[in-house]
Design a protein around this ligand. Structure first.
Ligand SMILES: [Zn+2]
Ligand SMILES: [Zn+2]
Length: 244
């Protein structure tokens, strides 16, 4: 039996169970103003730690005022296979809480908030790609968690932007270790050869938007980007909600 019949079925299973009232802010629980966007009150939305204007144009990391742009030192020394990695906010404060609750506490409705903020960012930046590809999880891990947060986020982005989403042409073939405690070098080793394009026709000659929740060292999205470009992707743009 195929587990994921449609993307719709995939999300609805969780959403129905724990979707909170649509009139409260997903962060503070306060009453939403009538014109509130993303199910966040204006106070919580405005207090999100958005990426400041002075940031690396390649990986979005905030630059210190004394640092010249346009790219950070790390990007000068690294061979990235993606064109550019865009993030919405820094991985701290409420952004950290939102992602944690989404991934580990089963608050999957938060994917609507995150996905819609990310979709609006694409519109603001004038970015249109041919296809949205979420960073895949190893199948067993996805089964244990019950979902892949990158797919949930991508689903709402696809709905809002009308860009096509594909969740089965690109898979994770290695059960990679959790990365929190790994060094940069260990992270690179951990994700090397971890991803595989299994339907080249879906990827070749496409401008790809690769979506994930967090960009940390970039080793995961870079490994994905290598496999995607090796299989003919014209370009890869990375979009994550958070930049750690
Ligand atoms: Zn609030
Ligand atoms: Zn950079």
């Amino acid at each position: 039996m195929k587990i994921l019949k449609t993307i719709g079925e995939y999300t609805n299973a969780f959403l129905d169970l724990i979707y909170p009232s649509k009139t409260i802010c997903y962060i503070c629980g306060g009453t939403l103003e009538e014109n509130a966007k993303y199910s966040l009150c204006s106070n919580c939305y405005n207090n999100l730690p958005f990426i400041p204007e002075h940031h690396c144009t390649k990986c979005s990391t905030p630059l210190r005022m004394i640092e010249d742009g346009p790219i950070c030192r790390q990007c000068k020394d690294t061979n990235y296979y993606f064109d550019r990695a865009i993030s919405i906010a820094e991985y701290k404060k409420d952004v950290k809480t939102l992602i944690y609750k989404l991934k580990y506490s089963g608050h999957t409705y938060l994917a609507t908030t995150i996905g819609c903020i990310m979709a609006d960012k694409l519109k603001q930046e004038g970015i249109e790609t041919d296809i949205i590809i979420p960073v895949p999880l190893y199948k067993r891990k996805e089964k244990e968690r019950g979902f892949n947060q990158a797919i949930l986020i991508s689903k709402y982005m696809a709905e809002k932007t009308n860009m096509p989403l594909n969740i089965d042409a690109f898979i994770r073939i290695k059960n990679t270790k959790v990365m929190h405690n790994l060094s940069r070098r260990e992270r690179l080793e951990n994700v090397k050869g971890a991803f595989k394009v299994i339907n080249r026709g879906t990827i070749a000659n496409k401008d790809v938007l690769l979506v994930d929740d967090i960009f940390t060292t970039g080793s995961t999205v870079n490994s994905c980007s290598k496999e995607l470009t090796d299989n003919g992707a014209k370009s890869v743009t990375v979009l994550t909600f958070a930049r750690d």
